[in-house]
Design a protein around this ligand. Sequence first.
Ligand code: 3PG
Length: 306
Amino acid sequence: MTKVLVATEKPFAKVAADQIRSIFEQAGYRCDFLEKYTDKNELLKAVADAEALIIRSDKITEEVLNAAPKLKIVVRAGAGYDNVDLAAATAHDVVVMNTPGQNSNAVAELVFGMMVYQARNHYNGTSGTELKGKKLGIHAYGNVGKNVARIARGFGMEVVAYDPFVPDSAIEADGVTVVKDRDELYSSCDYISLHIPATKETIQSINYDLLSKMKQGATLVNTARKEVIHEEDLLKFFRDNDTLQYISDIAPDNQAQLEAEFPARCFFTPKKMGAQTAEANINAGIAAANQIISFFEEGITRFKVN
Ligand code: 3PG
């Protein structure tokens, strides 16, 4: 019997976990769960006899792969796979997939939850501002960016986007204006929403130089990855400029310092919450389960990323 392990330090909603279990049971697979683990050794032990793995932001390193001699496939139930050592997986003959688009609406909705919270001064009773009429710049127009654009229209925002990897026509088809370079995006918008993956090109790319292009009073929203921010530059820029606001679903390493010095100008969720909805968990979890079954039964490798 093929053994699947669902290893989620941040567990899926119960309704999603139940559906994943039932899909595997119906297919005649065994499905175990390792949830809320706090020690890497728990993961190393649990993967020992796993042939397939479903994960979220859980780190799949060479060490984990070495501890999983039977492993054939890892599916990251979500979009970003920077938590998986792809080269090591390939060297171990392990296929890695993601489930693009399945949790993107949840992340996009959180962008607006955080923007409203910030615009209304953390609900502290003082007079805030509205999103209507403000200009929103979407940095990278993938599945989340597209959903952000759709929701922004409902708020009455003007939406522009920068993404050199997406054809202009695809962005314009959504009624979004294409901006040709990053500097123009950063200098012209009241809100910038980041949707870039963490790659060697993007890590620490949001640096002092780029931040200094932003409009007075503008807000940077990060539901992507903390690694794309140059955190030292961010702190320095906060100190040099007294209007930039930074709200993020992935707290920076210097969170305590930022919050102590600039409590009104930043906000961080206590844990990465973007994809943490029942719907996103169901969509991504079911997609992951089905991808594993079609891989074993039919050799289908759609959404392979290595
Ligand atoms: C993703 O890449 O899909 C999102 O960042 C969500 O990550 P999570 O599954 O760890 O919440």
